[in-house]
Design a protein around this ligand. Structure first.
Ligand SMILES: [Fe+2]
Length: 441
């Protein structure tokens, strides 16, 4: 009885302590269950902008995307550096789509810029309505990314986003599975409204997961209809022919968004694009290279085991030769950090692999990991949360993982690491398996 009382008091007064200590004692800890889906309604007029989000386009532009129920609403953005004073204006284009009996609103895409770095801009969409603000990424390091996979739209999603917002960051990266609409198109609209307070303030750069596919036999054979219409990313600007894979530069960082659910074999467009994209990086001016994709290539959780394996076999050598620093994945609803790996072996010149699919989706957590752990897997835990990647300078970065149930400043897992661009040994070695891609560095 006394023991039971002690446990209850501990859980009540010291939940962080309990959660932290149970990372390696899963059998004693009951993980938080999935929470309900939140539907976020629109209360404004048909012409009022809703679901506003912004994304990077090229070096000094941003794309503002929003939706109106009014098909006559103009695709214009007015903006400036002072509240209420819009000395610049840009006009863009629009699209819409049908899915079964659902007809989307008017989806506006407007590119604004050139914009100054590290600057707050005030803007409004469609010539009226409420004023919003965004902050452009800085011109120099430090640079801070938030990384969240498998976000969904549940009460856990809200908890994750509130946690993210409680500390400064420059960009939001999402390695797939956004709305979990799963063919119910109004849930895409609801998701857009849920994330607007965050996605209208900082660039959200996303890639697709399996929940974005939404194919249906005969009627919707191609897939990604809603995702491509609503979440247009800068693929043309990175010489990609598909919104399903693209790259972008920010400060001295090159971020590559790959598509786990489109062709990736060595005769595919994606493979050829990736090869060219990696070959174009100058590590002297762009010392950091990160890759995001949905289905993890390395995974010791029982969920989705092996689903990234064919893509790994097709593309891992390209990433290794290019000395990619980190590969982030989602899909598995848990957190896991690996050491640097190449071809299933620890390799100091390979990328670190991190699974961060614990954003808050309605399906709940993936609770079961292999036991004992692979020596390649350094930390793993099924809890909802988000990651932060802070690039300090050309050589050093800090990664931290933050559980929703902990205080804002607490890192459940963290690691400092150096850019492979600084490793003379990694660029100089004549590896028996794979020769270095660029021997100038
Ligand atoms: Fe997924």
């Amino acid at each position: 009885m006394e023991k039971l009382l002690l446990v209850l008091l501990s859980i009540f007064f010291f939940p962080q302590f309990i959660l932290h200590t149970q990372a390696s004692k899963d059998e004693y800890y009951s993980r938080p269950p999935a929470r309900n889906v939140i539907f976020t309604p629109h209360h404004g007029s048909d012409s009022e902008a809703q679901q506003v989000h912004v994304s990077l386009v090229g070096r000094d532009h941003m794309r503002v995307t929003w939706i109106t129920d009014d098909k006559q609403a103009p695709s214009i953005v007015e903006y400036g550096k002072q509240p209420g004073k819009y000395n610049a204006k840009a006009t863009g284009d629009h699209t819409s789509y049908r899915y079964f009996f659902y007809s989307s609103g008017k989806i506006h895409h407007v590119k604004i810029g050139p914009l100054e770095p590290g600057t707050i801009y005030y803007y409004r969409c469609g010539g009226s309505g409420p004023e919003l603000s965004l902050k452009t990424p800085p011109a120099t390091f430090p640079l801070e990314f938030v990384v969240v996979g498998d976000l969904g739209q549940t009460e856990w999603t809200n908890a994750t986003l509130a946690h993210v917002q409680s500390h400064y960051y420059d960009l939001f990266l999402l390695p797939g599975d956004l709305s979990y609409a799963d063919t119910s198109q109004p849930l895409w609209d609801s998701f857009g409204r849920l994330v607007e307070p965050y996605a209208s303030q900082r660039p959200w750069m996303v890639t697709e997961g399996n929940h974005e596919i939404e194919t249906f036999p005969i009627i919707e054979p191609e897939g990604f209809k809603a995702y491509n219409a609503r979440w247009r990313m800068p693929y043309e600007e990175s010489n990609s022919s598909s919104n399903l894979y693209y790259s972008f530069n920010v400060v001295g960082t090159h971020v590559i968004m790959l598509g786990s659910y489109t062709d990736f074999e060595d005769d595919s467009d994606q493979y050829k694009w990736l090869e060219a994209d990696l070959g174009s990086i100058d590590r002297k001016t762009t010392p950091w290279v990160f890759v995001l994709l949905h289905a993890p290539w390395y995974n010791t959780n029982s969920a989705h085991r092996g689903e990234g394996e064919s893509m790994r076999k097709a593309m891992e050598e390209l990433l290794y030769k290019a000395r990619v620093d980190v590969v982030f994945a989602g899909h598995v609803h848990a957190y896991e950090r690996f050491t640097r790996i190449y071809d299933n072996e620890a390799d100091p010149c390979g990328p670190m692999y991190i699974t961060i699919g614990d954003g808050g989706n309605r399906e709940g957590l993936a609770l079961t990991f292999d036991n004992p752990a692979s020596p390649l897997s350094l930390y793993r835990e099924p809890s909802f949360g988000h990651g932060r990647l802070r690039i300090m300078d050309e050589a050093r970065a800090h990664w931290s993982w933050h559980r929703n149930n902990d205080s804002d400043s607490f890192s459940a897992d963290e690691v400092w690491f150096n850019s492979l661009s600084t490793s003379t040994a990694c660029w100089a070695i004549v590896d028996e398996k794979v020769p270095p891609l660029n021997d100038e560095l």
